[in-house]
Design a protein around this ligand. Structure first.
Ligand code: UTP
Length: 270
């Protein structure tokens, strides 16, 4: 059983300035629900009810969101609006939430290593809430848990991206197992299109075995001077311990304005 899911939410969200000047990017709503809530719902649907956040300065709204708001709840109690809080109340009832802070933005790998105190020595999920996923029929993290049960090693969700877009992602290559699974042999962070071995991009969903923490501790800063989770996964991949999983469903890159608009339209029209 994988009980814990880590949410690195320390990033600045500079692509959404000025909206993210005084509020976390993860609190931007798709319709009436903030991005982070979609992510936590996906984790819970995968059986992970122990939710761990790696936060930073200016992220307190996330903590408040996953807590009771007595005045507000009292105010709308008995009115037609009460039901609008059902989804968040369910998460508060069914999950536990813990927090730690990343003091310096040293990259996603560093953020995950910062989460070690909350995770401990067990396999865990990682969700980047700005990648909003709609799994078919199950949530993407629930699909990945099934893959983990089969292969018992780290799992990353991948999707094909246009060749000209590979420079925005970690790109994988390896030995195809079947249409949805590949044993990763090589990973490269944000390659130029001519250097990219494939167009299979890692998206913001991972299941990581706990040896990743020791590997991260020994991983020097890579691209952009940041500790890259891709570099640490490459170390696991050398031992055949990372599966790339082509998930069933759709992903919206809500860290970009275009992806955010696409997600909004999708949820509005469905
Ligand atoms: P991004 O680089 O996409 O997010 O990091 P960002 O920095 O928040 O946004 P922009 O690019 O400035 O608009 C991917 C994920 O990793 C987390 C971010 O919060 C985001 O969820 N992250 C990244 C950290 O928690 N710490 C870091 O040092 C870097």
């Amino acid at each position: 059983m994988i009980m814990k899911c880590l949410f690195p939410v320390a990033g600045y969200g500079t692509r959404f300035l000025p909206a993210t000047k005084a509020q976390p990017k993860e609190m931007l709503p798709i319709l009436t629900k903030p991005l982070i809530q979609y992510g936590v719902e996906e984790a819970l649907a995968a059986g992970m009810n122990n939710i761990a956040f790696v936060t930073g300065r200016g992220k307190r709204a996330i903590e408040d969101h996953f807590d009771i708001t007595y005045e507000l709840e009292d105010q709308i109690s008995g009115t037609s609006k009460e039901g609008q809080l059902d989804s968040i109340r369910e998460l508060i009832d069914r999950c536990t939430f813990s927090y730690t802070r990343q003091n310096h933005m040293r990259g996603l790998g560093d953020a995950i290593l910062t989460g070690e105190t909350l995770i401990g020595d067990q396999t865990f999920g990682v969700i980047l809430a700005d990648d909003l996923c709609v799994g078919e029929p199950d949530g993407v993290m629930a699909q990945m848990v099934r893959v983990y049960k089969q292969y018992r090693c780290s799992v990353v969700a991948v999707e094909e991206v246009p060749h000209e877009a590979v420079g925005s992602y970690g790109i994988v290559s390896g030995a195809q197992i079947d249409a949805q699974h590949m044993r990763i042999e090589g990973m490269v962070e944000k390659p130029s299109p001519q250097d990219a071995p494939t167009n299979l991009a890692v998206i913001g969903r991972y299941i990581l075995t706990p040896d990743i923490f020791e590997i991260l501790r020994n991983t020097p800063p890579g691209k952009n001077g940041e500790v890259q989770i891709t570099d640490a996964l490459q170390t696991q991949a050398k031992n055949g311990k990372v599966i790339a999983y082509r998930f069933s469903g759709q992903r919206f890159d809500c860290g970009s304005v275009a992806g955010f608009v696409a997600a909004t339209n999708y949820f509005f029209n469905r």
